[in-house]
Ligand binder design. Structure first.
Ligand SMILES: Cc1cc2nc3c(=O)[nH]c(=O)nc-3n(C[C@H](O)[C@H](O)[C@H](O)COP(=O)(O)O)c2cc1C
Length: 389
């Protein structure tokens, strides 16, 4: 039996009778404002900003307004179970924490806070290659929690192999290869501030701690930061990879592998042919190609192309538990939560992340329950669960 996520709301009301209020907002739009108030301007802009004029970032969110659930009454669903297993990873609900780099600009605990919160809830986290703590440190903080590893794919094969070996040795069970960020998109918020954390040696812990990366330096990063930063930029940006070269990554990871950044049916098919075990429909939260279609608009086409052969995960624009419910109703196997938990981290470290994720899970549970569902199989079996608005 899954956990009664909705009980979080009841707990908040109960405490309210004793005069206690939640430490952090439960309304996701207030979360962003609250995070803005505690963050340095450049850090807030780095997280909240998108590519170009922000059209795709807005479209990602607006796309959820084009669909609606059709609630069914008097369905016997007092007992509910949203637990699911994806690529060998059991999770209490089809929800993961998206890879978000450079978390130390949000809170001193950075990815360690996220790892602790994820472990406390049993929700899988996806660690970014652009993390501000090492792979091993994050694994340690995550303990027995389920964890996936996101690769920014270096152009040096020895470094790629070393990063993957470390992730496997540290208990990361599924590899997420992000394909949409072989170079950074045009991001006016960061350009205006002249702010790219990696150039200051922030968000570089995974690379800087890597033996194969360090072998390419004349002096270690601790002695020559500028040279290490330049080497990292050379390895991680500026050259598009090919599906042919993708075989190298596939061959060097024994566990399940999913590709992230898929927006087209043909790419989804190509990914499966190339040996991917699943795809993540994502446009990186509108941070890469402005004027790209909303990620939710891309989901049905990718689902049709994959045709149930592999899990299709989704992100970009998910703000609430009701958003998660809608993406699941449209056919996503699981959903990755992005910016909202980053704001939670900014507000309260691990406690802030835990609060945000518990809010999302509670709303997901209540939304699907009130819509007449008790588990995912039932949701999938209902042809009228979701309709165009
Ligand atoms: C500040 C920030 C950093 C991110 N860093 C990474 C990263 O290192 N690797 C990656 O694959 N995706 C990264 N993403 C993209 C997220 O994994 C996810 O696709 C995105 O946040 C979804 O959009 P949303 O947060 O608007 O829902 C980042 C997103 C943000 C906001």
């Amino acid at each position: 039996m899954g956990r009664p996520f909705a009980a979080f709301g009841a707990e908040i009301y109960r405490r309210g009778t004793a005069g206690e209020r939640p430490h952090f907002p439960t309304d996701p739009s207030r979360l962003e404002d609250a995070a803005r108030a505690v963050l340095r301007d450049e850090a807030f802009a780095y997280v909240a900003g998108g590519a170009g004029a922000g059209a795709t970032m807005r479209a990602n969110v607006a796309a959820f307004d084009r669909w609606g659930l059709a609630p069914r009454m008097l369905a016997d669903n007092t007992a509910r179970d949203w637990s699911v297993e994806i690529l060998g990873t059991p999770m209490p609900a089809p929800l993961l924490l998206a890879p978000i780099g450079v978390q130390s600009i949000l809170h001193p605990d950075g990815e360690l806070g996220t790892a602790r919160a994820a472990a406390a809830l049993g929700v899988p986290m996806v660690l970014s290659t652009a993390a501000s703590h090492t792979t091993e440190e994050v694994a340690d903080a995550n303990g027995d929690g389920p964890r996936w590893y996101q690769l920014y794919w270096p152009i040096d094969d020895a470094v790629t192999a070393s990063l993957l070996d470390r992730a496997a040795a540290s208990g990361f069970s599924v590899l997420v290869v992000t394909l949409d960020t072989w170079t950074l998109g045009w991001r006016p918020h960061d350009l205006d501030a002249g702010y790219l954390p990696f150039l200051r040696g922030v968000g570089t812990a995974v690379a800087f701690s890597d033996p194969a990366f360090r072998a390419g330096l004349q002096r270690p990063p601790e002695e020559d930061l500028a040279a290490a930063v330049a080497h990292r930029q050379r390895l991680f940006t500026g050259t598009a990879r090919s599906w042919e070269r993708f075989a190298f990554v596939r061959d060097h990871w024994r566990g399940p592998l999913v590709v992230k950044g898929i927006q087209r049916p043909d790419d989804a098919r190509r990914a499966l042919e190339a040996g991917a075990d699943g795809v993540i429909v994502s446009n990186h939260g509108g941070r890469q190609v402005d004027r790209a279609v909303a990620s939710l608009s891309a989901l049905p086409g990718v689902l049709a192309a994959v045709g149930g052969r592999a899990p299709v995960l989704f992100d970009s624009g998910v703000r609430t538990g009701a958003d998660v419910a809608l993406a699941l109703a449209l056919g996503a196997d699981a959903v990755l939560l992005g910016r909202p938990y980053a704001y939670g981290l900014a507000l309260g470290g691990a406690a802030g992340v835990e609060h945000v994720v518990r809010c999302v899970l509670a709303e997901l549970d209540l939304t699907l329950a009130l819509a007449g569902h008790a588990d995912l199989a039932g949701l999938r079996a209902d042809p009228d669960a979701v309709q165009p608005l």
